[in-house]
Design a protein around this ligand. Structure first.
Ligand SMILES: [Fe+2]
Length: 274
């Protein structure tokens, strides 16, 4: 059960209008990411960050059978607290995700990331390359819009105004490469474009195509780095909720949720294949 049922996640934020949405969706497909300033307010940032630390400090959450924490990843955060569940439907993010993935998209997973000093990750794309190219084809044709099946949204909940805090980095356009970035520990370039460090403030939001080359830069500060997240996918991509066939979403997560939230949690209309 949630310890509280009332959340302070803002419910009446407006989605972007049609023209702005079209512009942002175009930018997302071209660059492979969007970086929006000031999406969450200070109270939301503080509450989400404190909940992450509370979960991390609970010894029960570290028991392997529950799979609530795997190293830096804190799994299925919507189960832990209603604030994380409500983050899944936070505007203007959710409408942008729907504009890219379709009105029947869902939350594929929701893992928060907690980096101790010294922790970080190498360059990668998430999961496998969806449309891989052979060596003799250098890239996908820029005239085509590559479909996006899965996108990540990251909500920095601690300082990101200097690379030493271990910020998110991306290589713009690299989702068109049709390949992985190579050595995970060497800065990759795609057609002369190197990495961009997404510097900003807690409350900003990064949305990226899961095929763009990216990493969480190593945290070289003495602060813990906190990142909230929601991964959304097209309906045709199944949710990734451990233990998969045996997973049953707890009732308290969805029972008071509206139709849109229920769909985002996976309660779909009948459709192709099922
Ligand atoms: Fe990743």
């Amino acid at each position: 059960m949630y310890t509280t049922t009332k959340s302070i996640i803002v419910k009446d934020a407006e989605p972007f209008d049609e023209a702005k949405t079209r512009e942002l969706v175009g930018q997302f497909h071209r660059d492979g990411y969007l970086f929006l300033k000031g999406v969450l307010n200070t109270e939301e940032v503080d509450v989400l960050r404190e909940l992450m630390e509370k979960k991390y400090q609970d010894p029960k959450m570290h028991e392997e059978a529950g799979d609530h924490i795997r190293g830096m990843s804190m799994m299925r955060m919507y189960e832990y607290d209603v604030h994380f569940r409500d983050l899944i439907a936070r505007e203007p993010v959710v409408s942008l995700a729907e504009a890219i993935l379709g009105d029947d998209c869902h939350m594929m997973s929701q893992n928060a990331l907690r980096y101790e000093p010294g922790q970080g990750g190498g360059w990668h794309v998430d999961d496998r390359v969806h449309v891989p190219l052979p060596d003799e084809i250098p890239r996908h044709d820029a005239r085509l819009r590559l479909p996006c099946f899965v996108l990540n949204t990251l909500f920095p909940l601690s300082r990101i105004d200097d690379v030493k805090y271990g910020v998110t980095e991306v290589v713009p356009g690299s989702h068109y490469s049709g390949r992985k970035p190579g050595d995970p520990h060497a800065d990759p370039e795609f057609e002369g474009q190197g990495p961009v460090s997404l510097l900003g403030e807690p409350g900003d939001m990064v949305m990226f195509h899961n095929q763009v080359w990216h990493r969480g830069r190593k945290n070289e500060s003495d602060h813990i780095r906190y990142v909230g997240s929601v991964v959304y996918s097209q309906r045709i991509i199944a949710q990734r909720l451990y233990p998969f066939i045996d997973y049953r979403m707890p009732e308290y997560v969805w029972q008071d949720a509206d139709d849109r939230m229920q769909r985002l949690l996976g309660r779909h209309e009948k459709g192709a294949y099922g």
